[in-house]
Design a protein around this ligand. Sequence first.
Ligand SMILES: NC(=O)c1ccc[n+]([C@@H]2O[C@H](COP(=O)([O-])OP(=O)(O)OC[C@H]3O[C@@H](n4cnc5c(N)ncnc54)[C@H](O)[C@@H]3O)[C@@H](O)[C@H]2O)c1
Length: 366
Amino acid sequence: MLRSGKKCATSVEVLSHLRRLGKQKMRKTVLVTGGAGYIGSHICKALLAGGFTPVTYDNLCSGNKDAVRWGPFEKGDIRDRVRLKAVINRYNPFAIIHCAALIQVGDSVANPAEFYDNNIYGSLCLLEEARSYGIKHMVFSSTAAVYGQPGSSAPLSEDRPLNPINPYGQTKLAMENMIRDYAGAYGLKFAILRYFNAAGADPEGETGTAYKKDTHLVPLLMQVAAGQRPNIEIFGRDYDTPDGSAIRDYIHVTDLADAHVRALRHTFLTGENLTLNLGTNKGYSVLEVIKAARRITGKTLPALACNRRAGDPAILVANAARAQTLLNWTPQHSSIDEIIATAWNWKQRQLKAGDDDNQTSGKMAA
Ligand SMILES: NC(=O)c1ccc[n+]([C@@H]2O[C@H](COP(=O)([O-])OP(=O)(O)OC[C@H]3O[C@@H](n4cnc5c(N)ncnc54)[C@H](O)[C@@H]3O)[C@@H](O)[C@H]2O)c1
């Protein structure tokens, strides 16, 4: 049995796992729950480029069918076990990349029941169907929100205490724990990937944010640049940071997608279970991001200073050394300039195509 979580498998363990695999070939089909969403659609593109066939399973509650371009689409809810069975039977996937979730923190505070039902009960249904069909590999979209309010501003490593401060983060931690328990009891192999702030869009302009209601800094800035929103709100100018605004670690969504393909291969080939932060080890302040967006879009982008929001830490930056070492992964697209430039390119394409349905009522997430 290989060690799980933060410890690395020894070379002897890896070799014996490889021997057990024998001539077994890595099958190609991967079920991607939430594949019609922002991050899921980038993952599907990366999977296809990596030689896999991604099958998107999504109920389109926030995703977009047009974002499913790199493999079959099956509409369905992860809580619908009859539908899940039919799709798994049809495609026989060897692995699941589980991105489907409700993700808006504010909504989770207002309506935790919906989040517990969708995210936790939905994941239980998915894990049960995976178990009954003998699907042994899962890559899971987790989040820095599982750390809650870190006590210090130093880059966060995976062994920092887990203490989510909102129902969204609670559901993600519960899902992590369920996956670990299934690994312990039923032999599931997993990679739990904790994303920091996903941002940017496909550099080839083929997919981007799919949110019907966006709350993230970069897409909101793009809405201001496009004249869809009067200003960008800055929550907190009095943090203990060089310019007083909050600092976050922005990771380009294409780099995230690449890490998923690497993590899938790694867990399959080594049998090692992984829990990894995905970030850049470097933070940008809200003011720095706004400045970059002004420079790249050539727009004024008026900003409005607002009070801090409850629960927002001053600094949230990943220590992603473990992912870099174990997956041989280095972010290639995560400079703030490339993040903004690709997001702006995507925004302009949506505007040209006339299919931009961003609302102007969302609140900014730092
Ligand atoms: N965006 C970020 O910065 C970020 C950061 C950390 C973690 N994550 C995680 O990454 C994952 C993807 O997030 P995203 O930003 O792409 O959001 P998204 O809303 O674009 O994608 C989520 C997808 O899941 C689908 N979905 C939700 N509930 C479902 C259900 N019950 N059955 C089937 N499909 C369902 C939605 O329709 C949507 O397509 C989520 O699990 C989220 O928690 C995102």
